[in-house]
Structures are given as C-alpha cells and as structure tokens.
Design a protein around this ligand. Sequence first.
Ligand SMILES: CCCCCCCCCCCCCCCCCC(=O)SCCNC(=O)CCNC(=O)[C@H](O)C(C)(C)COP(=O)(O)OP(=O)(O)OC[C@H]1O[C@@H](n2cnc3c(N)ncnc32)[C@H](O)[C@@H]1OP(=O)(O)O
Ligand SMILES: NC(=O)C1=CN([C@@H]2O[C@H](COP(=O)(O)OP(=O)(O)OC[C@H]3O[C@@H](n4cnc5c(N)ncnc54)[C@H](OP(=O)(O)O)[C@@H]3O)[C@@H](O)[C@H]2O)C=CC1
Length: 501
Amino acid sequence: MASITEYYAGKSVLITGATGFMGKVLVEKLLWSCPDVKALYILVRPKAGQTMEQRVSHMMKCKLFDRVREANPDFHKKIIPISSELTQPGLSISPEDVEKLSACINIVFHCAATIRFDEPLKHALQLNVIATQELLSLAQRMHHLEAFIHISTAYANCNRKHIDEVIYPPPVEPKKLIESLEWMDDGIVQDITPRLIGDRPNTYTYTKALAEYVVQQEQDKLNIGIIRPSIVGASWQEPFPGWIDNFNGPSGVFIAAGKGILRTMRANNDAVADLIPVDVVVNLTLAVGWYTAVKTYCLYPFKAFSKLVLCLKRNPLEQAFRRPNANITSNYLINQYWILVSHKFPALIYDLFLRLCGQKPQMMRIFNRLHKAIGLLEYFSSQDWEWNSDNISMLMSQLTPEDRTMFNFDVRQLNWPEYIENYCIGTKKYVLNEDMSDIPAARQHLRKLRNIRYTFNTLLVVFIWRVFIARSQMARNIWYFVVNLCFKFLSYFRASSTLTN
Ligand SMILES: CCCCCCCCCCCCCCCCCC(=O)SCCNC(=O)CCNC(=O)[C@H](O)C(C)(C)COP(=O)(O)OP(=O)(O)OC[C@H]1O[C@@H](n2cnc3c(N)ncnc32)[C@H](O)[C@@H]1OP(=O)(O)O
Ligand SMILES: NC(=O)C1=CN([C@@H]2O[C@H](COP(=O)(O)OP(=O)(O)OC[C@H]3O[C@@H](n4cnc5c(N)ncnc54)[C@H](OP(=O)(O)O)[C@@H]3O)[C@@H](O)[C@H]2O)C=CC1
C-alpha cells in the first residue's frame, strides 16, 4: 500500500468548511505534508460583506499558513475556491463548477456544519442534514471519487452512555422529518423542538446523528468514512503548538476564567473534558481518507484535563476583571451559591461603580451571556461517556513508521499539562491577539487586583464588625468568647512547647 503522502500525490480534494477552525488546519496540513497533492477545491460562501475571493485571500495570509508560505510562496495556486452556499438547493454551485468537480475530485472531506448549540432546528437540519444529502448526491456524480469522509461528532449519540463504532438507528427518519418541517412555521418548530430532540441536549447533536444516518445510507454506492472527534481544542504540535482561533467549547471557558470573570462552573470532577487537539483530528482525518479508499468504518478519540488556573496565572490575559480562580463543582446548589457570590455580586458592585462614574453599566450583561454559554456546555462537562476506539488502533497498525510520525494521532504521547499551557497561550495570542510582551504588565494588573481584594475584604470585616458586633451585646459576648478561646489555645501551645524544650 502507498504511504499517506504518496496516496495524496496527484489527487484532487474537495473540502467543505475550509474556512472554519478544523477546515483551515486540514488545508494547511495537506499542503505541508502532501506537497504533491494536485488541487484543493474548497466550497466557500461570501460572508460579512466580503466576497469569496476576499475571504480566501484573507485566510491564506493567516499565521497558520506561515510554514507553507515559506516553503512554497505559490501555495495559493493549489487552492481553488468554488462559490457555494450550503443551505441553498444544489448547494448553489454553478453547473460549470458541478461539471468541473464531477470530472476531477478524488476525495471529499465534509467539515462544514453549524456547531452552535442554540441553532433553530430548521436551520441546523438544513445545514447539517440536507446539505450533507446534497453533497452526497454531488459525490455520486464524481467519476473518480475514491473516498467520502464525513466529520461527525463523538456527541452525536450522547444520549447513550457507551458508544460503539457503529451508526445507531436515527431518532427519526430524516426524510420524514424534513418533509414535516417544510410546511411548519418557525414558531411551531420551536415549540416542538424539545419533544423532537428528546434526550439529546441540543439541535446540534440531534442533527449530527441524523447526518450520520444519511451518510450511512450511501455506503453501498460510495466509500464512506465517518470521524467522530470529541471536543476539538488548540493544536498540539502542528503547524505550531497552541493554534486556536475561536471561542467554542473550552476556549471560551479558558478566556472567561483567564479574564477572572468565570469563577465557578458545573462539571464532573472525575472526568472534566474529552479534549482532543485539532492537529490530531486532522492527522486522523487524512489517514482515514487514505484508508477509506479501501475500507469503511467510523472513528473517534478520548479524554483528559488539568491545572488550568495555574497556567492562566503564569500567562495572564490583559485587563482581567478579577484574578483567575475558577472552581469546578458537580453540586447544583454550590454552583448557584458561587454564581451569586463570585459572579453576580461583583458584577453588581462594578456596575454600581460604573454608574457612579457616569458610565453605562455592562458587567451584568456580560455575565448573563457567560451564564447562557456555560449553561449550554454543562451537559457535556457534567457527564462521562465511554467510547469504543478499536478502529483507531487498527488504523495505527496499518501506518508505515514514517506516516506514524508525519500523521501522528497517537494522543498517548501527549503531555497534557504542557498542552494546556500552550492552549492558554494560544487563546491569548491568536484568539485575543494579545502580545506576550505585555505579560509583566498583566501580572502587575493581577497584583493590583489582589491588593484591591485584600483591601475590600478588610473593609468588609470592619463593616461587619461595626454593624453586627459593636451594636449588639450578644454579638459582643460571642466575640469576646471566641477571642478568649483563641487566647487560651495560644497560651496552652506556648506552655506545652516550653515544656517539650
Ligand atoms: C472552570 C475551570 C475550567 C474547566 C474547563 C472545563 C472545560 C469544559 C468545556 C466543556 C465543553 C464542552 C463542549 C462540548 C462540545 C461538543 C463538541 C462538538 O461536537 S461541537 C463544537 C462545540 N460547539 C460549541 O462549542 C458552540 C458553542 N457556542 C454556541 O453555541 C454559541 O456561541 C453560544 C450560544 C454559546 C453563544 O451565542 P451568542 O450569545 O449568540 O454569541 P455568538 O456565538 O454569536 O458570539 C458573539 C460574539 O461573542 C464572542 N464569543 C462567543 N462565545 C464567547 C465566550 N465564551 N467568551 C467570549 N466571547 C465569546 C464571539 O466570538 C462573537 O464575537 P464577534 O464575532 O461578534 O466579534
Ligand atoms: N469544534 C469542535 O469542537 C468539534 C467540531 N466537530 C465537527 O467538525 C466540523 C468542523 O467544525 P469547526 O471547524 O469547529 O466549525 P467552524 O464553525 O469553525 O466551521 C464551520 C465551517 O462550515 C462552514 N459553513 C457553515 N455554514 C455554511 C453555509 N451555509 N454555507 C457554506 N459553508 C458554511 C463555515 O463557513 P463560513 O466561514 O462561511 O461560516 C465554516 O467553514 C463540524 O462538522 C463539526 O460538527 C466535531 C466535534 C467537535
């Protein structure tokens, strides 16, 4: 069998979602490790006032492509953008482009999706299921197609505790659901959504489960591979450690904790997050693409976590609201207590301060958004799943030693504390665009916040003393009793240590 690099040489690859987090890393890795790949066709839509061409040219200037640009300044010639809006019939690809793609594509990587947890069902269905169906129809017209790789999620079947490498029966026949929702207005769909998604937490996991089934239906006609990554985080090694460009999942949590806003979160202390670096997922995806040309199956990865707050203190973010100090608890009431004391109370005080300074209050609004976002993650952070991953071991055993290094997806070699440190630095540098040279100033700011906290606590104690103790005889008696007791203890310890000496 050819090695992975040899396999992709001379191949034309179609990628959806290439402007997204994972898609960009996939494009970069293909160009870097498979320099003889013939062409990368990417489906792109105009967005936010930018044309397709402007978006692609902007994307190629991104720091992520530095090493590829250095090795081959003309690398952009291999990237061929195709205008496409996935929510439109026929993916709104022009007939000429359909012809072109049908004639040349060898491998399809389908990464595009809406990954929002609060997406209205109709839109999530349109993009995650109907667009997948449309892409599969297009794939069937491709004369030289060798593999169709669909990126799903490990949480597509999160309503189960143990998840095997199989496609489970869908919660509903996708075709019937699509037909029924077609005539309903958005209000009715919104009302029935909770009943439809049943024991899944959101429309995202529900529609991703339906998409897997839709893909499986084509397995007799196409060589299909399905990948189920868990929570995809910053890069481990490639193209450099810590690459991340979004607020999704853990990144938003790290940033909110680093800025001192997030102080409490509901999570299962034993199994915090099934985090997987994006470069590992991309290496796996390319290996699956190579292997699927021969065989069909699905795959997914694993779990770990640790000392985040220390990393955030070592690499502080600029202008933090408070010092990073986030606690995890699985207890609902304790979490609510800390939300009140550590989130809402400081926000109220700060907003009061802003009002007194004649400024618009803003902290409560920020916290309300944070609570919504964290609330949506809670389902995933408070539970544990067991995943079967025999296919990963099997695939690893098929790789040549060179491929095992070049397309490494063996996370057993990953040093998690080092990875989390790079992840924190990555969110600082690449998501928030903060400069590392500002770290001394950020540390100074944290010291200032600590002093403010000490001063505030001292004033609070004095206040309590004045209000409750100095004005009540009973409080005074209790106070004297406590002080007396402490004094006696001290005298006892002093006496006993003198005796032992
Ligand atoms: C405490 C100790 C630490 C413990 C660590 C534990 C970590 C556990 C983490 C558990 C994560 C579990 C994730 C499970 C993932 C499943 C995996 C997948 O398959 S799928 C993949 C997973 N999928 C996901 O993770 C999707 C989850 N996200 C969503 O569904 C939505 O973003 C939303 C509903 C949360 C907010 O909607 P909405 O309010 O409408 O807000 P928009 O989105 O429209 O953004 C508006 C603006 O705000 C910006 N911004 C956004 N977030 C944050 C943030 N946290 N902060 C700051 N800023 C943020 C954003 O950039 C934008 O800026 P601009 O462009 O306007 O300038
Ligand atoms: N991130 C994660 O933690 C995980 C992700 N996954 C899966 O990985 C895949 C990629 O995720 P990720 O890269 O994080 O997601 P992103 O949100 O970063 O990227 C989504 C991509 O889909 C494209 N897209 C969305 N809507 C349309 C549309 N209407 N027409 C054309 N293109 C569209 C986006 O294009 P545009 O730039 O134009 O918006 C973007 O390129 C998804 O299938 C997701 O389900 C699975 C597990 C975890």
